[in-house]
Design a protein around this ligand. Structure first.
Ligand SMILES: [Zn+2]
Ligand SMILES: [Zn+2]
Length: 316
């Protein structure tokens, strides 16, 4: 178990797999959605090359690349075009083309809104989080980028998603401050179960949260533990999704009442790659709420679109 003081530190938490460190070092791929070289060099353990223990000369090389990182050319994670902006994950063209980027969304759950009226997702169910920041709809080409991150270990995609989501979060933070909201004191990636983490080798939400935290200058920490493996959420109806996730998350011992630890900040953000029904984020937020967190914001790279909404819609 990590000491609480270790978990709330700027940058990746100590439990991060080493692969979360090098995403910024991934060379710009000409076709970003094809397997990166790291994938082709998987070891017998199934881990990408960058996750295996490295020789001293490799560590020196990685340290040198890390130092040079801010000056290395980068490529758009979707089309491969050279990026001219330093803190960008996508080129301007791909960014403006993101599905549902300007969609009118429910402030609470990030779901798309059609005609005037209450959000149908929030009307059906209550969420334990207060607000949701969304980069775009879970639709092509964003779904392929998330799939490449999640299932092919292309961690550079996680960095790109984090940087682009940071643009949305920074605007949201300004509005939140103007409305008298608390500043976000901690970013929490939705944790995977131990079994899933071993199988995948990394947590895709952590990859996104790492870049997000660096860009927005918010500390990362992990007060949550995924206590048990749950059935895959996809394909389950909402009610079953919620049942499936009952008690899926618990508070790490260092954060339980009475433990000697820094209290959780008043406002935390939960980071995930995709929100579908919101059941996972609700379950995680519920634990934080019970631990006394006053404001909880969900931050997701993509939100699924209800079938009754058009593929593209504008706030105007
Ligand atoms: Zn592009
Ligand atoms: Zn809603």
């Amino acid at each position: 178990m990590l000491d609480a003081m270790q978990t709330i530190t700027p940058g990746p938490p100590a439990l991060d797999p080493p692969a979360l460190d090098p995403p910024a070092l991934d060379p710009p791929a000409l076709d970003p959605l094809t397997p990166a070289p790291a994938d082709r060099s998987r070891s017998a353990s199934g881990l990408p090359g960058s996750m295996r223990a490295s020789a001293p000369w490799q560590r020196c090389r990685e340290a040198a690349l890390r130092a040079l990182d801010p000056w290395l050319p980068r490529a758009c994670a979707l089309c491969g075009a050279t990026l001219t902006q330093r803190h960008a994950g996508l080129c301007r063209h791909c960014r403006l083309d993101l599905p549902g980027r300007t969609r009118l969304r429910c402030q609470r759950c990030g779901g798309g809104l059609g005609a005037a009226g209450p959000c149908p997702d929030c009307a059906e169910t209550g969420f334990a989080f207060d607000a949701t920041c969304v980069l775009a709809d879970y639709a092509p080409p964003l779904d392929r980028l998330i799939g490449a991150l999640k299932f092919r270990g292309q961690l550079a995609g996680g960095r790109a998603l984090g940087l682009e989501t940071a643009r949305v979060l920074r605007r949201w933070q300004a509005d939140n401050a103007a409305a008298g909201g608390l500043p976000i004191g901690l970013l929490i990636a939705v944790p995977l179960s131990e079994a899933r983490l071993r199988e995948r080798g990394f947590n895709q939400s952590q990859a996104i949260a790492t870049a997000l935290g660096q860009r927005c200058e918010i500390a990362l920490g992990q007060p949550l533990i995924r206590a048990r493996a749950t059935l895959a959420q996809s394909g389950l109806p909402l009610a079953e999704r919620r049942t499936n996730l009952l008690d899926a998350f618990v508070l790490a011992a260092a954060f339980t009442p009475g433990a000697r630890n820094p209290a959780l900040p008043g406002h935390v953000a939960l980071v995930d790659d995709v929100m579908t029904t919101g059941a996972t984020l609700h379950a995680a937020a519920r634990v934080l709420r019970l631990a006394g967190v006053r404001q909880i914001t969900a931050v997701v790279a993509a939100r699924t679109r209800r079938p009754d909404l058009p593929p593209s819609a504008s706030q105007t």
